[in-house]
Design a binder for this molecule. Structure first.
Ligand SMILES: [Zn+2]
Length: 338
C-alpha cells in the first residue's frame, strides 16, 4: 500500500513506549532548565546524547542513552511534565491511545519515593486528553528485590486509577526471567495485567517462562520462532507480541529490516502489535514504524487495520476505552475509503 495512507491515518496505538527513552526534544530543554543545568546544548548535542545512529548499533550503546534522560527525571515536577508532554506529542503523532511505561525505582536518585513518582506520573497523565494507561516496570537485577516488591504494591494500589499494568525490564540475558518467579506469584495473586520483556536479548525459553508467569503480552518476543514449543505456547495462550522493529535494529539484533521476522510471526497468526519502544532513542514514531514495515513487507490495508485492532484487543484498557478505539479506527478507515 501507499505510505500516503499511513501518513493520513490518526488512529494509532502504542502499547510499548518507555517514558525515559521517549522524551520530546522540547521537553528535554525544559527539563534542563528545571534541573538548573547551565551548560548550553545545541540541538545536535542533544540528539547525539539522546539518540542512537540509524545503523551499526549495539545493545550497550543503546542502553547508555537512558542515563541522561533518567538523570533529568528525578523530581515529581519533572515526571509530571514529562508524562504530560509525551502524551501531547503522541496526540500530535496520530495516536488515540497509549500505554506509557517507566520504572519508578530509576527515579529515586534524589529521594523521590516510588509512590511519589507514580502519583506525579498520574497527575501528568490526567492533564492530557489522550487516553492512556501507565505500566510500572520492575527491573531485572540482583539487589533490587524490595524495590520490585514495592513497585507491585504501588501498581496494585493505583490499578484502575492511572496504572493499567506491570512489566519486567532490564538486562534479559544477564538476569533470566525465571529468577523473578516470586514477584510474579504476587502479581498474579493481585490480578495485575502483565507484560514481560522477553525473547529479545534472551531466547525463546524466556518467553515460555514469561507466559507461565501470567504475562498476557510479551515485549518484543521476536526470537519466539526459534522454538516450536514457544510458538505453540503463544498460540494456545493467545499471547500478544509487542513488536518494536527499529529498536531491534538499533540494538543489532537484526542487521536490516529484511531480516526482521515480521512475516514469519504474522504467518503463525500471532496477535502482533506494532510499537516504538523508545521514540527519542530510536528517533522514530509509530507512523514511521508502520512505514518501515510497509516498505519492507508490502502491507495492505487489512493488515494495517488488523495490526491496530490487535493493539486494542491486547491493551490493558477499560472496556469503554476499547470501544472508543475500535469505533475510531473503523471510522477513519471508512472515511479514507479503506
Ligand atoms: Zn521496551
Amino acid at each position: 500500500m501507499d505510505n500516503e495512507v499511513i501518513n493520513k491515518l490518526s488512529c494509532f496505538i502504542d502499547l510499548h513506549i518507555h517514558l525515559d527513552g521517549s522524551l520530546p526534544m522540547e521537553t528535554v530543554k525544559k527539563l534542563l532548565v528545571l534541573n538548573k543545568i547551565e551548560k548550553n546544548y545545541t540541538d545536535d548535542d542533544l540528539k547525539n546524547i539522546l539518540s542512537v545512529p540509524r545503523v551499526g548499533g549495539n545493545l550497550n550503546d543503546y542502553l547508555k542513552k537512558f542515563d541522561f534522560p533518567v538523570s533529568l527525571l528525578q523530581t515529581p515536577k519533572a515526571i509530571e511534565m514529562a508524562v504530560y508532554d509525551l502524551k501531547e506529542k503522541l496526540k500530535e503523532d496520530g495516536l488515540i491511545y497509549a500505554e506509557i511505561r517507566f520504572a519508578p525505582q530509576k527515579h529515586m536518585q534524589r529521594g523521590m519515593t516510588i509512590e511519589q513518582c507514580v502519583r506525579a506520573a498520574i497527575r501528568g497523565q490526567e492533564k492530557s486528553s489522550l487516553k492512556s494507561g501507565l505500566i510500572l516496570c520492575m527491573m531485572r537485577g540482583d539487589d533490587n528485590h524490595d524495590l520490585n516488591l514495592e513497585t507491585i504494591e504501588i501498581a496494585k494500589k493505583y490499578l484502575g486509577h492511572g496504572v493499567c499494568g506491570i512489566d519486567l525490564a532490564g538486562a534479559e540475558a544477564q538476569y533470566p526471567t525465571e529468577n523473578f518467579k516470586d514477584l510474579f506469584d504476587l502479581v498474579k495473586s493481585y490480578v495485575i495485567p502483565t507484560t514481560i520483556h522477553a525473547g529479545e536479548a534472551a531466547g525463546p525459553r524466556s518467553v515460555d517462562t514469561a507466559i507461565s508467569f501470567g504475562a498476557r503480552r510479551i515485549g518484543h518476543g521476536v526470537r519466539s520462532l526459534e522454538s516450536t514449543q514457544t510458538i505453540k505456547s503463544i498460540k494456545d495462550n493467545n499471547i500478544a507480541l509487542e513488536l518494536c522493529p527499529t529498536s531491534n535494529l538499533n540494538t543489532g539484533l537484526f542487521e536490516n529490516i529484511e531480516e526482521y521476522p515480521f512475516k514469519g510471526l504474522l504467518n503463525y497468526g500471532f496477535k502482533i502489535t506494532i510499537n516504538t519502544d523508545n521514540t527519542t532513542v530510536s528517533n522514530t514514531s509509530i507512523r514511521r514504524e508502520f512505514r518501515i514495515l510497509n516498505n519492507a513487507f508490502n502491507l495492505n490495508t487489512i493488515m494495517v487495520k488488523n495490526l491496530i485492532m490487535n493493539s486494542v484487543r491486547a491493551s490493558f484498557a477499560q472496556p469503554n476505552i476499547r470501544v472508543f478505539c475500535e469505533s475510531e479506527i473503523e471510522r477513519q478507515f471508512k472515511e479514507l475509503n479503506l
